[in-house]
Ligand binder design. Sequence first.
Ligand SMILES: [Zn+2]
Length: 276
Amino acid sequence: MGLELPEIYNLYQQMDKRLKNKIIRDIILGERSKGIIKLGMCNLDKRKDEILNSSIKHIQTRGKWIFLEFENGKLLLLGEIIGKFRYYETEDEIPTNYHVLFKFKDHTALTFQSSLYAFVVVADPEELKNHKYAGNIGPSPLDEEFTYSYFTNSLSKYKNRGIKGVLNIQSEIAGLGNAYINDILYQAKIHPKAKVSTLDEAKMKELYSVIIEIMNSAVEAGGSVNEYDLYGETGNYVRIGDKPKKDMKCARCGTNMVKMNVLGSSSYLCPECQRI
Ligand SMILES: [Zn+2]
């Protein structure tokens, strides 16, 4: 499906521990990287030299993004990822089916494999500010700024829109994507197409708590069972969409769950608990 806040936060923590102070001595683009280059999501073909031979000074995360900051001031932006990063202690272990291979001076390595798309972009700080997606990211549910009043102010700007789409606006609430939004709405018993204006204060409070609760428990679980961390391990959090889809019953009321396309992606919902 794609890396959302829990998976990205977990990867960020691992990268921060493992990659800081390393120096990239070479970046090799696999044949398969052509897809993301063509889509304009990767500029390593033109700009990889800018981040070679400079050590990784800081690593930061915002929402579904990880930013590697180099000693020379350049940045490597990684975000909106469908795929996996994998760290190798020795170069002998590196598989051949990568999109991008980062070789470090100490002969460790990092590979990136994409299963659909991802941003892998070299940028200056100024370019980051102006980046259409990475430059405009709101607080995530793990951040202190994500207060209840911030949440209600944000949502009130989109009163006539469906809640599923609004929770996906990264400039307002960062890090949520289709998979976790699905679980959040199920847990809060809200239909994905429900308009923001139809949610009363009690529902808003419930939704806010559920977002924080699910994000924290998924971070604690190391992310989804369907996504991989830096060492090739999967997390323990089972999202509703990760479960077998046939005859899935609502855990609360036993009604058959239904699959519905909302804004171009699948939503699983209980027609009894999540009425519109
Ligand atoms: Zn139900």
